[in-house]
Ligand binder design. Sequence first.
Ligand code: FCB
Length: 442
Amino acid sequence: MSDDPFPPGFVWGAATASYQIEGAVGADGRGESIWDRFAHTPGRVADGDTGDVACDHYHRYREDVALMADLGLDAYRFSVAWPRIVPDGTGSVNAAGLDFYDRLVDELCARGIAPHATLYHWDLPQALEDAGGWPARATAEAFARYADVVARRIGDRTATLATINEPWCPSYLGYRVGVHAPGRTEPAASLAAAHHLLVAHGLAMQAIRAAAPGTPAGIVLNFEPKRPATTHPLDLEAAIVEHDQFNRWFLDPVTGLDYPEAGARAWGWRREEVLPGDMALAAAPIDFLGVNYYTSRTVRSPLLPPLDDAGAPTERTSQGWEVHPEGLTEALELVWSRTGDVSLYVTENGAAYDAADDDRTRDPERVSYLRRHVEAARTAIGRGVPLKGFFVWSLFDNFEWHEGYAHRFGIVDVDFETQERRVRDSGRYWASLAAAQRAAAA
Ligand code: FCB
């Protein structure tokens, strides 16, 4: 492994999301979100877990920021809960909700930690879902108003503002597969949702530019490099379709290209919801693009017989996700091929591993996972990718969506009975990276 320092000013951070850590779902006028409704619907989330309490970060944010300062983090990526700000999605603004993020941002700044805020990490106000959800264009318009309100209040102090986190998940998992909120399984609605998430991004970019002109603004997308299982033409075609539908579906429009053809054809999409001007809206100039990367996938055509995969054992996390550090280099290069000089961040990378029975803070697998992905990021930088920072997912063990609390991603262990936080070895490793960077810059 290379000992070269990362470029000066490279940011070492950690990431979380509102519904996954905040708890306090009924506090201070917060409205219901689709994840409250979904988690409280029997059978939707493993073990009936909900985000009702989670890490109780809403009440403990001061001590949590102190912990980040102890770790020496340069930056913290969090998301704003839309139902705290506009509880019913379109009506009055809830001052108490805005006050919370104002206090959080102030606390971070006071500790020298740069706040990186994301406006949408999947907790749509339930009232908007009741009115049609993301398949309805009006949701994108409501999002623009919400973006304006938040940018006006905290945009003066945030290091970056991202519009939407991983639009693939709410559109595909939420409306096509139904394993995420709102749990619908409607292919046409899923494609409309995907398009409206991009319209929402474009409208929110305009709102942010007007409300917080100096603040770098962008979007966060997820990537999963696809490898054809063999060189059989059908495997190649299947990999291209998945690549289009996963890796290019949002990246291409955001960077001024059209929706990718093979993926659109395979979905039989009729583009009925694409209005004149929408592609230009989605392609609004961005200051940065956030790259979330966890795993890569080998694609076998469904038309060919399944392959016997009894060959070399594949390394997997406790969630079963394959570990492929080189996929992070590939994802960064893919994005770079579209974005050129635009700053990139790894906005999420990390892994779920079961805690050791005797000592919950020992996590050698996570340390190894992170080390190898940091090296993959370094490789990308060496090839010219303008990567500016790396946020580990996640600062804390938290509510992992439909999988509940079973899978732990934290560099800090959370005891959900007592709310005690304990830094894991991976947290110490992350702190040492940030410290080495500061020492190199001094
Ligand atoms: C990403 C999500 C994040 C977390 C990780 C494991 O897709 O953005 O909230 O659940 O996966």
